[in-house]
Design a protein around this ligand. Structure first.
Ligand code: ADP
Ligand code: ZN
Ligand code: ZN
Length: 723
């Protein structure tokens, strides 16, 4: 027999199926990991097919050396998923397979945790009275049954125990133990569903995709849990994805309390050993519910009844680094394979998903009010230009300071949100609020400190950095962002006796940093929590009555077609942190563009209005979801090579463009906005095509990429990050 094998090397030249002979005495199946001779060294590989005939000269094929595990580590569904990803997302086969296994497994560094136990043999002779210790051990085991070897030898000494083992009185048995991740213990809470929740659970009943649009605090989590329960009752399993930053200790504990040993939790806080053991519990069917961040979508769970993606609009569901994929695509594949239900949940669905729901491709389920019937927090927009004209040059507006004082006096809590995404920022006139935009693309320009230029991240056009405002002539041009640290400092000056906590990437780097800060904040009354996106989700503090958004425009003027959508999502999510209990919360939103439509819709919690406006804009300007953007990114240490290879590819793409005049909307080649990262130069080809021909053009474009190119070539579809 012959085996078709994928070599576990992330190399373009090896990205195909190789044939090997299966020795007669080797018993292997599809999906198994094996060691094969390759060139003159042994390499690991995966069997993807077993057949009785081969395509090449059988006498030249080499035999498989050995198998690594006794069982196939890649299940049938995942093999199909691999071919699907390679085909649709232009990924290497081996790099797909790597996503499916805990990385620890591939390095063979991780070992199972084996514990030795000892017990009395069924029949044995009682030791003589002189062997006092041995007698004690026998008595002890008689009374207590099976005990850990290390404990018995610790208590009575190694020598007498070893003697008993030797003469057969005591039997030693080895057991593999799972390293269970630590979690907070919570009481199991069974809540009676509200009518709206019950209706949502009832509506989500078919094997198709649903969009669950529920405002913040509408109790989506409880709906998910009920849907999962229903599948478990039917003997099916469930997979639920949550953004990493929402996998707070509180959330994990809730799932553990609800599903007990049936649940496997996968998040970045696990040690390598814990991750491996959770993976095995899933693989062997012990865990029937998986809750985890993005990568959990590749869990080897079988018999799926439902897949849930919470906060489906979150950007973190798209893997931007190699291999690039969007979790939605993988979930759709698994939904089809398992013929199960897929639920996408959000208070602010992505434009893409909502468009599909409106077109009837997804079922739309709505929960428009909060569980406790409370109104959404009131969002007050503060015009920071006006503040400045009135002589306030501080970070905080007068109304925000006033509200903060009130919170401190009432011994309540506030959250201050700062959005610090992006490596560089826009330039803005502090007098009139003018922001430099690209004349061709109508997106704001990004300031590059390195060469003191403004650049358009879409078309690459460069502009002089502003020193005088073209609109009002002022020299007062501002750039750069205010950081969390600075805000904490200012607040501490204002409220020296109030605990001011900071939560961002720096303060949560340690394993329990996140939990510590939240615990401290829980008890701080009055208290103020300052943070980035991390504070925007998943926390339920009932005494938070005020949320301040220091500079809402930060995400608005990213050079990215999704920046307005993202601002809407952010404002809604952050505002959702306020007033979760019985008092209505208040949100102070500081902006230099108070009349921007995004704030008008956000303050009214008018998602539908916003969607209409935004979707229309995208339709007219031909951006996703009504068109497709593709970027091919070339990187190499030698700038000549990368520029040359990029140019050659561009010329070929240009010929394709000529064939598709109407449908090929846009094409250009340029240095990437971040021209050099880690000593590698970056060049890119940007293109946009109409949806009608997108698949067809995309395939042709992909085929123009020379597999022998020296540069690393990345093929990205509707990329989030264009830097
Ligand atoms: P969402 O994810 O939609 O923003 P959550 O799932 O976080 O909302 O729920 C908001 C709050 O309401 C949580 O504190 C949750 O414990 C509570 N809750 C949810 N469902 C119920 C219910 N049926 N009865 C009482 N409280 C509920
Ligand atoms: Zn100006
Ligand atoms: Zn431009």
């Amino acid at each position: 027999m012959f085996a078709k094998i994928i070599i576990d090397q992330d190399v373009k030249a090896l990205d195909k199926v190789f044939e090997y002979v299966i020795p007669d005495d080797l018993d292997v199946e599809v999906g198994q990991r094996v060691v094969v001779p390759f060139g003159n060294r042994p390499l690991q590989g995966f069997i993807v097919e077993i057949c009785s005939e081969c395509n090449y000269d059988a006498s030249k094929l080499k035999p498989i050396i050995r198998k690594i595990e006794d069982f196939p580590v890649i299940k049938k569904e995942m093999l199909q998923l691999m071919f699907y990803m390679a085909d649709k997302l232009y990924l290497k086969l081996a790099s797909c397979l790597r996503l499916f296994l805990p990385s620890e497994m591939r390095t063979d560094k991780i070992k199972e945790l084996i514990i030795r136990f000892c017990r009395l043999a069924d029949a044995f002779e009682v030791p003589s009275a002189r062997a006092k210790k041995q007698l004690e051990i026998v008595e002890f085991l008689k009374e207590n049954g099976k005990q850990k070897f290390s404990e018995v030898s610790g208590q009575f000494g190694y020598a007498p125990l070893a003697a008993l083992v030797k003469n057969g009185t005591v039997i030693v048995e080895e057991e593999q133990q799972n390293r269970a991740p630590a979690f907070d213990v919570l009481e199991k809470q069974e809540r009676k569903l509200t009518d709206l929740q019950q209706r949502a659970v009832d509506e989500i009943c078919e094997n198709k995709t649903y969009l669950l649009h529920g405002v913040t605090g509408s109790g989506k989590t409880e709906v998910y849990m009920n849907l999962i329960d229903r599948q478990l009752e039917k003997g099916k399993t469930a997979l639920m994805l949550v953004p990493e930053i929402s996998l707070t200790p509180q959330v994990l504990a809730n799932f553990k309390a609800r599903f007990g040993d049936k649940v496997a939790l996968i998040h970045s806080g696990l040690s390598a050993g814990e991750r491996f053991d959770e993976w095995k519990r899933i693989f062997f069917g012990e865990a029937r519910v998986v809750v985890g961040a993005r990568s959990a979508i590749f869990s080897p769970i079988e018999n799926l009844g439902i897949i849930i993606i919470d906060e489906e609009h979150e950007q973190s569901y798209v893997s931007e680094s190699n291999p690039r994929y969007d979790t939605h695509d993988i979930a759709s594949f698994r939904r089809c394979f398992n013929d199960c239900t897929l639920v996408l949940g959000s208070a602010t669905p992505s434009i893409e998903s909502y468009a599909k729901a409106i077109d009837g491709e997804y079922g739309l389920v709505e929960m428009p009010v909060r569980v406790n019937g409370m109104e959404m927090p009131k969002i007050v927009v503060i015009d920071m230009l006006m503040e400045m004209r009135q002589g306030n040059n501080q970070i905080f507006s007068i109304p925000l300071i006033y509200e903060l004082r009130g919170i401190v006096e009432q011994k309540k809590q506030a959250m201050i949100f700062i959005n610090r995404r992006g490596f560089s920022s826009f330039q803005r006139c502090r007098q009139c609020g003018y922001i430099a935009k690209c004349s061709d693309c109508d997106v704001s320009l990004v300031y590059h400190r390195f060469d003191n230029k403004l650049k358009c991240h879409y078309c690459g056009k460069r502009y002089r950095a502003l020193d005088i405002c073209p609109s009002c002539g002022s020299h007062d041009i501002k750039q750069g962002a205010i950081g969390t640290e600075r805000v904490v400092e200012e607040l501490q000056k204002m409220f020296p006796d109030v605990p001011i906590l900071r939560m961002d990437n720096d303060t949560t780097a340690q394993k329990n940093g996140h939990r510590q800060i939240l615990n401290e904040f829980k008890n701080a009354k009055p208290g103020i929590l300052v943070g980035t996106q991390m504070i925007a989700k998943g926390h339920d503090f009932e005494d938070v009555l005020l949320v301040g958004i220091v500079d809402a425009d930060q995400s608005l003027y990213q050079a990215d077609y999704r920046s307005i959508e993202r601002t809407f999502q952010l404002v809604t999510q952050v505002a959702g942190r306020a007033g979760r209990s019985l008092k209505q919360g208040r949100v102070i939103l500081q902006t230099y563009s108070p009349r921007h439509y995004v704030y008008r819709f956000a303050t009214n919690y008018d998602y539908k209005g916003f969607f209409k406006k935004e979707a229309n804009l995208r339709k007219v300007t031909k951006f996703p979801p009504y068109a497709r953007i593709v970027r091919i990114l070339f990187t190499h240490e030698d700038e000549n090579i990368v520029a040359q290879e990029c140019r050659v590819c561009y010329n070929k793409v240009q010929q394709i463009k000529e064939q598709y005049a109407q449908d090929f909307v846009y094409l250009d080649v340029m240095k990437a906005p971040l021209n050099k990262i880690k000593n590698k130069f970056r060049y890119q080809i940007m293109m946009r095509f109409s949806l009608a021909k997108a698949d067809e053009i995309e395939k042709k474009v992909f085929d123009t990429v020379d597999v022998k190119a020296k540069s690393s070539v990345f093929f990205e579809i509707n990329p989030n990050n264009l830097s």
